[in-house]
Design a protein around this ligand. Sequence first.
Ligand SMILES: Cc1cc2nc3c(=O)[nH]c(=O)nc-3n(C[C@H](O)[C@H](O)[C@H](O)COP(=O)(O)OP(=O)(O)OC[C@H]3O[C@@H](n4cnc5c(N)ncnc54)[C@H](O)[C@@H]3O)c2cc1C
Length: 384
Amino acid sequence: MYIELNEEQRLIQDTARTFATVELEPIAARLDQTGDQEAFLGNLKKLAELGFMGLNIKDEYGGTQAGMVAFSVAITEIARACASTAVTLSVNNLVCEAIQAIGSEVQKKKYIPKLCSGEYVAGGFALTEAGAGSDLAAITTSAVLDGSEWVLNGSKMFITSAPYAGVFVVWAVTDKTAPKGKGISCLLVEAGTKGLLVGKAEQKMGQHAAVTNEVIFEECRIPKGALMGKLNDGLRVALRELPGGRVGIGSLALGIGLAAMDYATKYAQERTQFGQKILNFQAIQWMIADAYTELEAARLLLMQAAFRGEQGQIFAKEAAMAKMYATEAANRACYAALQMMGGYGYSKEFPLERYARDVRVTSIYEGTNEIQRVIIAKEILRGF
Ligand SMILES: Cc1cc2nc3c(=O)[nH]c(=O)nc-3n(C[C@H](O)[C@H](O)[C@H](O)COP(=O)(O)OP(=O)(O)OC[C@H]3O[C@@H](n4cnc5c(N)ncnc54)[C@H](O)[C@@H]3O)c2cc1C
């Protein structure tokens, strides 16, 4: 068995690496400090032109159709330079994948090309609520049919890209009498619809350029045809689509972990203490050995999950394992890399403290790692 990228995947990886080095890396620290949206959105536009907004989306809908492995390696390369850009791409891909999976032909043709081409800056994935994070079935946002329209009421929390999302995939309760989780549907809500309000932006620990807001629905009326997929089948859709997103987040974490270790390892080659390079100390070498080994294991888990995903196989367990392991390995790598640089790792003059902040959320969003463990254990125990 030989695990290697094919020519197209390598080309995408190289293109992503070049873009990250030339366009993202030089401004990443500034974006972190100022959240400069003009520069951030400008880069998203360029990435759309390069085909990175729909890497895993069919070409008939304007995607690049490069597959999930290519998507994974591209996200890793982008995240090496700018985690905010990588998460925005990853969520956009998730929105496109959801529409591609269950949208009608009309919905697919209407929205996906705009999400891939940059006509819409990005898409919004509106699932989480204040009272429903890990417990997705506990959402209370409702959609009630009134003649030829759905009327939405409720609010969503932590919605990435909300201020500039062109369209939101929204989960809402459409049958209040159904058992928990059985009366939820998936709807498409366009930006600018009356009654759709983008609320306050979350002040976050890291990933500052990627905006995350509350989204509120107040008597928000959308056409009956905005229902996506089958009525009351929305929770199953969310659970089926999230594995693809988890490959994205694991790949993102891997990129941050690699960036941190690469930076600290170069630093260790330069830094002298006790009359020698600190790289000579076994304690430093062990940190390098441990971190790169774990990151490589993470990469292999991600490749396995992505490969199964693009082959159309069930990959919920593999995606959960890859997300859990990669995000924790990357958190450990960032911690070790910062330690390797001593006080300079803690200084804002160097990127280590940014990496450490940016990587932290990866074990939380798109399903916390405790939830990944619940999924993994459930899948394993199914076989016993
Ligand atoms: C920056 C950012 C961006 C985000 N973007 C989006 C987005 O675009 N769209 C969207 O819909 N959501 C988004 N989210 C929401 C994110 O997915 C949730 O925060 C996450 O799923 C966890 O939900 P919660 O925060 O409510 O935590 P909770 O569910 O309240 O969890 C709190 C703690 O309890 C633990 N816990 C809960 N249930 C269990 C259990 N059964 N077993 C063991 N432990 C458990 C959790 O693991 C965690 O440690 C984003 C979040 C952040 C921080």
